[in-house]
Write a new protein. Structure first.
Length: 293
């Protein structure tokens, strides 16, 4: 199996190449004077299975270069092409709303047309993603990657919090990996023209919680949920987000609200630039190696 990696994921590729399953594939991305792109393969791949490690997240040129590489591999005789995309950009564009593009469905069709056979990612946004996509979409688990870190903060009176309905499955996965029947609190997220609001659930008021979501982007939902938890009397808050994007400055209010630590994986290359002891970065390598073993 030949692995072609885009430079932004060299930190994962170096470890994957140590696995005897993969051989290193080489290619060049050429830009003409007018800005047009060309992919040039430096490795013969006829009759071989190929894997592309890259991203569909912005800037949009990432999608173009990914698809063009896939098309080139198919043209040159690859028997199969797997797209390994740790953080799958556009996965939240899964709602069929009038007059608005359905980006995730479009992306799946473009990948299929480019010769890709399957997509492998870490913790896709929702089960709806799999139904919308034109190709097999394999979502690798993330919960067991965090077990050892979360057990250090686990206590009898701790609860798991889902900031919205989409986070429930991730909460249950964490609950299972901790081998514990921790209570689960579900907030209801409501989007309005003025932003996101979060309704307060009745009943349980825990003093210590782990709040779990798949993506920490601007952090608006998590900030609203954290504010509600503080109003409920929660004293100690930890956050788990599979994909740490940390877009803009709004998410930093989480520290002002007293969040102790944020746990995330290294699926987004930019997270490695975060030099903050309170952000715990866990490698997704084990999940990827487990799939390709």
């Amino acid at each position: 199996m030949i692995l072609f990696s885009f430079p932004i994921y060299d930190y994962l590729a170096k470890s994957l190449f140590k696995n005897s399953v993969f051989k290193k594939g080489k290619f060049e991305t050429r830009r003409f004077a007018n800005g047009e792109m060309q992919i040039i393969l430096k490795t013969k791949i006829k009759g071989k299975k190929c894997v592309i490690l890259g991203t569909t997240a912005p800037p949009d040129t990432n999608i173009m270069s990914f698809l063009l590489l896939a098309h080139t591999l198919k043209k040159e005789g690859a028997t199969s092409i797997t797209a390994l995309i740790p953080y799958l950009g556009y996965s939240r564009h899964d709602k069929n709303e009038e007059d608005k593009s359905l980006g995730f469905a479009w992306l799946g069709k473009m990948m299929k047309a480019s010769g890709i056979d399957e997509i492998v990612t870490i913790d896709t946004h929702s089960e709806l993603d799999k139904k919308l996509f034109a190709l097999p979409l394999i979502s690798l688990p993330f919960a067991d990657l965090l077990t050892s870190d979360l057990k250090k903060i686990q206590a009898k009176k701790i609860a798991l919090v889902a900031p919205d309905g989409g986070a429930v499955d991730n909460c249950l996965a964490i609950q299972k990996t901790l081998n514990s029947k921790l209570p689960l609190i579900l907030f209801k997220k409501i989007r309005t023209p003025n932003g996101v609001t979060v309704s307060t659930p009745p009943g349980l008021t825990p003093k210590k919680v782990i709040m779990i979501d798949d993506i920490l982007d601007t952090g608006e939902t998590l900030v609203k949920a954290t504010e509600k938890l503080r109003q409920m009397g929660t004293k100690e808050i930890y956050i788990v987000a599979t994909h740490g994007l940390f877009t803009g400055q709004k998410w930093q209010k989480l520290w002002q609200l007293g969040v102790k630590k944020i746990f995330c994986t290294n699926t987004n290359p930019d997270v490695l630039k975060r030099n903050n002891k309170r952000i715990i970065i866990v490698s997704c390598l084990r999940s990827i190696q487990g799939y390709f073993k």
